[in-house]
Design a protein around this ligand. Structure first.
Ligand code: NAP
Ligand code: GDP
Length: 324
């Protein structure tokens, strides 16, 4: 056995970019619940260096010499932030991804797992959407900057594999939520945005204001479930082609139903009102998890109601430190 092996298994230094965010914090918790003796995780935040900057990225990679990378760092935001900043989402994410993937190649990283999203799929499409359909048409106009930057990760993964034999792959999560999310009222995603609004509505004895028609459909995954699936992909998934990490199609819900679950978790007494002057965004992006189910047929997702109640409890207990 050489110095890079522990009891027959290879030592892994796993660098997690974006380790301070919603998904990164969940991976921190999931790996504590399911540890491996040969794995050392390093969780980065933007304080460790700006990954838009090639020199800063190179310094980070030379310092930690990772064998594996989970690449989460990104400019991330909800519908209304994307609509205002398509250029920033495009440029910032292209820069971050190129720096992370190229330094992974230069340093001989054995495996990179990056993160796409089901919102990068074509807007005009048949349903359910699967992994083969990423590049089959333009994304929804509300978030085209983020979408094209994310789609390029898949292009780069195949190019690094073809030209240099690199094992770079990606996961495609659906809408994620949980502790450590961005609870900003205007820039965050729908669940953290509505949780923060419901917190205020409860204090002020007012109704919960839900943007749009409440009719769009979404599949939501609890961050801890996503984190467990990330660890499976890191440890066992060998394809370059990406894999959708989503709850089942039967778990798809309307925004109105999710808003009601949040109102119920806060025991709001003044109900919900819809602000139909606000955009609905993409109507639906129903994704198939058939490929995932092929690998993990028995994986149990936490029921949405329970996961929302846990997130509301976290927000109430951590109001002072929550990102908002
Ligand atoms: P998040 O909570 O906003 O976290 C973003 C992370 O990226 C933070 O750790 C942040 O560091 C870091 N970061 C941002 N810009 C950076 C930069 N220029 N240099 C270095 N680090 C930077 O996001 P998330 O929701 O966990 O998303 C993680 C991944 O999942 C992203 O790739 C996202 O596209 C993908 N995803 C998210 C969702 C969702 O619903 N949230 C759905 C599908 C896919 P600081 O904490 O220091 O700012
Ligand atoms: P998306 O799934 O990428 O479109 O992003 P979001 O998580 O921002 O979800 C957007 C959907 O939720 C749209 O149909 C919005 O109209 C609806 N929505 C309702 N209230 C809110 C809110 O307070 N914040 C956000 N971000 N979306 C809301």
């Amino acid at each position: 056995m050489n110095s890079t092996q522990v009891m027959g298994s290879e030592k892994k230094i796993i660098l997690v970019t974006g380790g301070s965010g919603l998904v990164g914090q969940a991976i921190k918790q999931a790996k504590q619940q399911d540890p491996r003796e040969n794995e050392t995780f390093i969780f980065l935040s933007s304080k460790d260096g700006d990954l838009k900057d090639p020199a800063a990225t190179q310094r980070i990679f030379e310092r930690y010499k990772p064998t594996h990378v989970i690449h989460l760092a990104a400019m991330v935001g909800g519908l209304f932030n994307n609509m205002k900043h398509n250029l920033d989402f495009l440029r910032n994410n292209i820069l971050i991804n190129d720096n992370v993937l190229h330094n992974s190649y230069k340093l001989g990283v054995k495996k990179v797992v990056s993160c796409l999203s089901t919102c990068v799929f074509p807007d005009q499409t048949s349903y359910p959407i699967d992994e083969t359909m990423i590049h089959n048409g333009p994304p929804h106009p509300s978030n085209f900057g983020y979408s094209y930057a994310k789609r390029l990760i898949d292009v780069q993964n195949h190019a690094y594999h073809q030209q240099h034999g690199c094992h770079f792959t990606a996961v495609i999560p659906t809408n994620v939520f949980g502790a450590y999310d961005n609870f900003n009222l205007e820039d965050g995603h729908v669940i953290p945005g509505l949780i923060h609004k419901a917190y205020i509505a409860k204090k002020e004895g007012k109704p919960l204001v839900v943007y749009g028609s409440g009719k769009p459909l979404r599949q939501f995954i609890y961050s801890i479930d996503l984190a467990k699936l990330f660890l499976f992909v890191l440890r066992e998934y060998d394809e370059i082609d990406p894999i959708i990490l989503s709850v089942d199609e039967s778990s798809e819900v309307s925004i109105g139903e999710v808003a009601q679950m949040i109102a119920d978790a806060f025991q709001l007494e003044h109900g919900i009102v819809l602000d139909s002057t606000k955009a609905d965004g993409q109507f639906k992006k129903t994704a198939s998890n058939k490929k995932l189910r092929g690998y993990l047929p028995d994986f149990q997702f936490m029921p949405l109601k329970e996961a929302i109640e846990r997130t509301v409890q976290w927000f109430n207990l951590n109001y002072n430190i929550a990102r908002k």
